[in-house]
Design a protein around this ligand. Structure first.
Ligand code: HEM
Length: 355
């Protein structure tokens, strides 16, 4: 067998022959357009692999402490790729608006809207069909289905449906949070619900006192102006805190209590990695929002406010998608946190020490 070569190992001859576009002879600007898109799709492929690896660890019925760093590792790689993807729009922006118009019409109605891999990323993260923003009444997945009239299209739809049936990172994360010991108590053990409720009640009382004190201080330094408005704002924020910490469902309540517990007592040795894991997920969501936002600004710079080649309202639709939050709990918990010296007294501390 001949020695392996760089070009055969990477299948470069095949890879470098996939930039022909629709007619096999793209202009230099169109070649630029194609290559930028293709590199994104390669990154999306890697993102999907890493998300599945992270999800598989988290979805296991038991996640040993020593495996949490692997989840952080895979998600950290996703974040590094997404940061690059955000920056990469600068390369796309070297295409002047008028030069794009030279070949834009022949692409219609194809669009990044049909990027099935980005849809898979969204599904694997946990964006549900109900929460998707529709454009002109069309759901993005339905849109792909309606356009999938060839063999390649049918393969794309099959791939999307298989991904849709997988456990999402969100579901795996919430179920892992639900299993986290709180104040030394694990789910399924006697008195666990009472421990969780007592922790939440003690925490809530302290948050109320802390945030009301903060409001009073603000009124004082502002010289008493707008006191009523500030008090009303504090009470409204506290209403949000109560709604978040005391949801009706017991499972939801336990998962949120775990989130609060991990964020609050992160100095405990066994909570250090879980807290890092949560932060990595927050960063992932932040990068997704930045990606959507950066794409929308690049689009606005290139085509202005015209209708998208896929038929959406263009920038207006894209800006709406920046409101997606797949992990709202991880953001909401930040409104509830207390400084360390005001935390409820810890019980069961020994459970969180190194063995
Ligand atoms: C000149 C360059 C580009 C323009 C003018 C553009 C424009 C648009 C527009 C208007 C949409 C909304 C759907 C529609 O009506 O077509 C869209 C969606 C999308 N584009 Fe681009 N795009 C460009 C480059 C890119 C690149 C480089 C990527 C990289 C992957 C990308 C990925 C996407 C994705 C994933 C969507 C779907 C967003 C969603 O529905 O959440 N686009 N694009």
């Amino acid at each position: 067998m001949p020695a392996p070569t760089y070009w055969d190992y990477l299948h470069l001859p095949e890879l470098l022959h996939c930039q022909g576009g629709l007619d096999g002879s793209p202009s230099p600007d169109e070649l630029h357009f194609i290559i930028v898109h293709q590199t994104y799709e390669l990154w999306f492929k890697l993102v999907l692999t890493q998300l599945r690896l992270a999800r598989d660890h988290l979805a296991a019925p038991h996640l040993p402490e020593e495996r949490v760093p692997f989840v952080v590792h895979h998600l950290g790689r996703v974040n590094a790729i997404l940061r690059l993807c955000v920056d990469q729009f600068a390369v796309m922006e070297t295409l002047p608006p008028q030069d794009f118009l030279e070949f834009r019409d022949k692409l219609t109605p194809s669009s990044g809207f049909q990027s099935f891999q980005l849809r898979e990323v969204e599904m694997l993260l946990g964006l549900t069909m109900e929460r998707r923003i529709k454009y002109a009444g069309t759901d993005p997945i339905e849109h792909i289905r309606s356009q999938a009239t060839t063999d390649s299209g049918r393969a794309v739809v099959a791939q999307l449906e298989a991904t849709m049936a997988e456990t999402s990172l969100r579901d795996a994360l919430i179920s892992w949070l639900g299993r986290t010991p709180i104040m030394g108590s694990s789910p399924g053990t006697e008195g666990d619900e009472a421990v969780v409720n007592a922790f939440l009640a003690a925490y809530l009382a302290r948050v109320e006192a802390h945030q009301r004190e903060g409001g009073e201080q603000l009124v004082k330094v502002l010289g008493g102006t707008d006191a009523d408005k500030i008090h009303a704002r504090v009470e409204m924020a506290l209403g949000g805190v109560r709604g978040f910490l005391l949801p009706d469902g017991a499972e939801e309540r336990r998962a949120r209590a775990a989130l609060l517990f991990i964020e609050s007592y992160r100095h405990l040795p066994l909570l250090a990695w879980p807290r890092l894991l949560l932060d990595t997920v927050v960063e992932l969501e932040e990068q997704m929002v930045l990606f959507r936002h950066r794409h929308a600004r690049m689009v606005e710079r290139t085509i202005g406010r015209r209708v998208g080649s896929g038929g959406s309202s263009g920038v207006e639709y894209l800006d709406q998608t920046t409101s997606y939050r797949i992990f709202p709990e991880l953001w909401n918990v930040r409104s509830c946190l207390l400084p360390r010296e005001r935390l409820p007294e810890l019980t069961g501390e020994g459970r969180y020490a190194f063995a």
